[in-house]
Design a binder for this molecule. Structure first.
Ligand code: FAQ
Length: 319
């Protein structure tokens, strides 16, 4: 057992490394609370990538042409890859992958609120790429400088792919916005439905974010929830104007003095309801993932049986 003084010294050295921007690696000493916070954030992030495949997966069979279908398929596969890097990063902290996934299936684990909204039209594929991937990049670019090495390195590749996703979404939405009146209406409707949930992706406002202060001290998070949300609004509003769509916020206005957009109040009651499991698609999303695991049981059993048979054969040859 480490003595209390030893732990204080270890903690002091740990924080010193963080303050000097020296990365923490899996075998380094770290406080339990740092490990727990990372497991919490990275596993939620992994679940978000995996559940995040579902709203877009819904449109793969109905993409309007072969090019759109191939691109959407590739994007959804990328999200699966992101989930796998992140589950691996979580394992480097000692988390058990199966238990982590079971927590998602039992409803114990959180994942991003945004994926509990339905995708009602093809334009939603544009809105998701443009807004949801756009918000994800804004939040994930600073995570490339996270103090924990495996998470930071995973984020570098994830951000490159997300930036392709954002552009493909913007291309879809801008084509629709320049199309027939019906297409433009579809694009506007998708923006109307996805705008506020996209702002909610950044999490509660700084005053109501219990984890932010410590996560910033540990340099897990480099910016606060509100800072990133503001950046997202500042970047996205001119993009909407450029393609002739209207952000659904009557309070939105440019502030010359601050050089930022002011925007209306987020419906935090809706946000917390969705986080608690009461959003439009929470039940359906978790149930789909649970069934996917159940239906894949025979594949895993066959793979294990094959591996055991192969091992026994090798042992017999050695004997
Ligand atoms: N939804 O104290 P904070 C993507 C929870 S990936 C649900 O501020 P923190 C790619 C939070 O967990 C999108 N829950 O927490 C893609 C905490 O609960 P806990 C996911 C939320 O961790 C695109 C409580 O509220 N990205 O989109 C949400 O310091 C297209 C208090 O909040 C990441 O996960 C929310 N929106 O800051 C895939 C990025 N917000 O755990 C497919 C990494 C907050 O104490 C298609 N994560 N909560 O019980 C982060 O940067 C942070 O975890 C935040 C939250 C900023 C999300």
């Amino acid at each position: 057992m480490e003595k209390a003084q030893d732990i204080l010294e270890l903690e002091r050295r740990f924080q010193e490394k963080i303050d000097n921007d020296i990365r923490i690696e899996p075998n380094d000493w770290m406080p339990d609370a740092y490990r727990k916070t990372l497991i919490r954030q990275i596993s939620q992030h992994a679940h978000s990538e995996i559940v995040g495949m579902l709203p877009e997966g819904n449109w793969i069979t109905r993409a309007p042409n072969l090019r759109r279908k191939a691109v959407l398929l590739a994007k959804v596969q990328d999200e699966a890859g992101h989930g796998l890097y992140l589950y691996s990063a979580c394992e480097t902290l000692g988390a058990d992958r199966e238990e982590t996934i079971d927590d998602l299936h039992s409803g114990k684990a959180k994942y991003s609120s945004i994926f509990n909204y339905p995708t009602l039209s093809w334009a939603d594929m544009g809105a998701i790429g443009w807004l949801v991937d756009g918000a994800a990049i804004m939040n994930q670019v600073p995570l490339c400088r996270c103090s924990y090495g495996p998470y930071a390195r995973a984020m570098v590749r994830v951000c490159k792919e997300e930036s392709f996703h954002q552009r493909q979404g913007f291309e879809i939405i801008s084509k629709l916005a320049q199309g027939s009146p019906e297409q433009k209406e579809m694009a506007q409707d998708a923006l109307n439905r996805f705008w506020w949930p996209s702002l909610m992706m950044f999490g509660p406002s700084d005053d109501d974010s219990p984890n932010s202060a410590q996560s910033m001290k540990w340099k897990i998070k480099r910016n606060s929830n509100d800072e990133l949300r503001q950046l997202f609004v500042d970047v996205t509003v001119p993009q909407a104007e450029m393609i002739g769509l209207k952000i659904p916020d009557n309070d939105l206005k440019w502030n010359e003095a601050t050089q930022h957009y002011e925007f209306g109040e987020i419906d935090w009651t809706e946000f917390w309801e969705v986080v608690k499991g009461n959003g439009p698609c929470n039940y359906e999303r978790v149930e789909t993932r649970r069934k996917a695991k159940e239906n894949g049981e025979w594949v895993r059993a066959a793979a294990v049986a094959y591996a055991e048979k192969k091992k026994n054969k090798e042992l017999a040859v050695e004997a």
